[in-house]
Design a binder for this molecule. Sequence first.
Ligand code: PAF
Length: 301
Amino acid sequence: MRVLHTFAEVREASVGITSLVPTMGYLHEGHLSLMATARGESDTVVVSLFVNPLQFNDQEDLARYPRDLDRDGRLAREAGVDLLFAPPLEVMYPMPALTRVTVSSLVTEMEGAYRPGHFEGVATVVAKLLAGLQPQRAYLGRKDAQQLAVIRRMAFDLSFPVDIVGGQTVRESDGLALSSRNVFLDRNERDRALGISRGLMAAADAFETGARDAHTLEGKVREMVTGAEVDYVTLADAHTAVPLSGVDRDAFLAVAARVGSTRLIDNVPFLAEPGGAISVDRGFRLSGPSILYGDRHAIDY
Ligand code: PAF
């Protein structure tokens, strides 16, 4: 694996079908599963690693975002990645970015409402990565369901010749969705955070026994998230991110909640099959502790 720092170096080193896994680093099994899928479908796998200041509306959140290039490099190499693109700030933003990408109506609800400017930062940096690296495929996690919708729409509207591929959410063994931010949770906060995934699983159970309306499904989540401060629980269209009154198409039930000083998001997607049936995707569960915690046991520490 080569570690490269400029767009031109990556383009020169890429051969054949090139896939990009964009990340902000501090890799976990969610990222690794995207890399494994990309590895199986491409000649060159590029992982970008850049903590993008443009998408942080809270400067404290940016300052404390976990960073460890050596650790990420080792994990990416073990995952069979060909090129690790780790641009310094002056390569990504040699001058202040006067051109910004806004994906209008998709960003008014949920994360867009709670993190003003966040999606403009995400869409801008991903547009720069797609333009600068020119991958044929880009892999992003479904855990950030609204982000996935925004990036898909941005790539479509701007005619990027790229397939945006969504990967299943990876969960810790007790259900907590993997996020680099999980490392901030102390034991008590982690216990309280579990209400988020338990609420989503309760909603998935209700869906599987026939519940379809948003009020019932959102209520199941709210009942379980007692140890965290809920920002929103919303059922939304998977493509437009518009709130729905019931599950009748591709959709996701999303939640954002704050546990102490850490803000977490999670969702369960509802997938419409060609024959008309709709299934719920609960994600994939690890059988043991996540690599996020190193030697520290995720649940028993
Ligand atoms: O999901 C992330 O890690 C980031 O939002 C992304 C897509 C890498 C853009 O900075």
